[in-house]
Write a protein that binds this ligand. Structure first.
Ligand SMILES: [Zn+2]
Length: 206
C-alpha cells in the first residue's frame, strides 16, 4: 500500500507513513526514513497502542508514530491512519484553515469537515500534543498546517479513496479562492484554475 501511495505522489520521498490497527492493544507502523519501494515485512514496526513500546520490526518506527496511536485510540472503529504529503492538500495546508467537504459527502464516513492541526515541527512531541488537542470524534481527516494530511479510514484499502477525496476537496477550495480573489486574468491563473478544476471534479463516488 505504501507503494500505491508513493506511485500516486501522496508520499513525497520518504515522507508520509501509515499506522494499521492489529488488535485492541497493538498497531503496525511504517519504519522511519525508509524508501517505500524497498520495505519488507520484517521492517514494519509493531507497537503497543498505549505506551508506543516497539514489540517487533528491525527498524525504528516512523517518527510520526504518536500521531497514528492518537488517531487510532480516538477512533476505535477505524483500522488505518495515514499521513501523506499529497500535493494539493499540502498546498492548502499553507492557509492554516479548516476545509469543507464537497456537497453530498457522506459525513459518517469522512467526518463533518477537514480539521486543522496547528503547525509544529514534524516528528516532535509538540506536534503530537497539538494533534491531541485538535482531534475530534466527528472528524476523520485533518490538514496539518504547512505540512500535509492525516486521516483515519475504516480499512487500509479505503484510505486510497479518502485521500483522493481530501485532494479533491482541497482542489475545490483553492479553485474557489483563486477565482474570487484574482486581480487579472493572466495565463498562470488560467493554468492553475484548469488544473484545480480537473482535480476538484475527481470524486471517488463518481
Ligand atoms: Zn510528514
Amino acid at each position: 500500500m505504501c507503494r500505491v501511495f508513493a506511485d500516486k505522489g501522496y508520499f513525497a520521498g520518504t515522507g508520509g507513513n501509515i499506522g494499521v490497527r492489529l488488535d485492541e492493544t497493538r498497531f503496525a507502523v511504517t519504519p522511519s526514513a525508509t524508501d517505500y519501494y524497498t520495505i519488507t515485512a520484517v521492517d514494519v514496526a509493531v507497537l503497543r497502542l498505549d505506551t508506543l513500546e516497539q514489540l517487533e520490526g528491525t527498524k525504528p518506527a516512523s517518527v510520526e508514530q504518536g500521531l497514528h496511536s492518537r488517531m487510532l485510540n480516538l477512533h476505535p472503529t477505524r483500522l488505518a491512519s495515514v499521513h501523506t504529503h499529497q500535493p494539493i492538500a499540502s498546498a492548502a495546508s499553507l492557509l492554516h484553515e479548516v476545509l469543507p467537504w464537497p456537497p453530498n459527502t457522506d459525513s459518517r464516513l469522512f467526518g463533518e469537515y477537514i480539521g486543522l492541526v496547528p503547525y509544529k515541527p514534524s516528528g516532535t512531541r509538540m506536534l503530537a500534543n497539538a494533534f491531541s488537542k485538535a482531534l475530534r470524534p466527528n472528524l476523520f481527516a485533518y490538514l496539518m498546517a504547512s505540512h500535509g494530511v492525516i486521516c483515519a479510514s475504516p480499512t487500509l484499502d479505503a484510505a486510497t479513496g479518502m485521500i483522493a477525496k481530501i485532494e479533491a476537496a482541497a482542489a475545490c477550495y483553492l479553485k474557489n479562492l483563486i477565482s474570487t480573489r484574482r486581480g487579472s486574468d493572466d495565463h498562470v491563473v488560467k493554468l492553475a484554475l484548469n488544473c484545480l478544476n480537473a482535480a476538484c471534479k475527481e470524486d471517488i463516488n463518481a
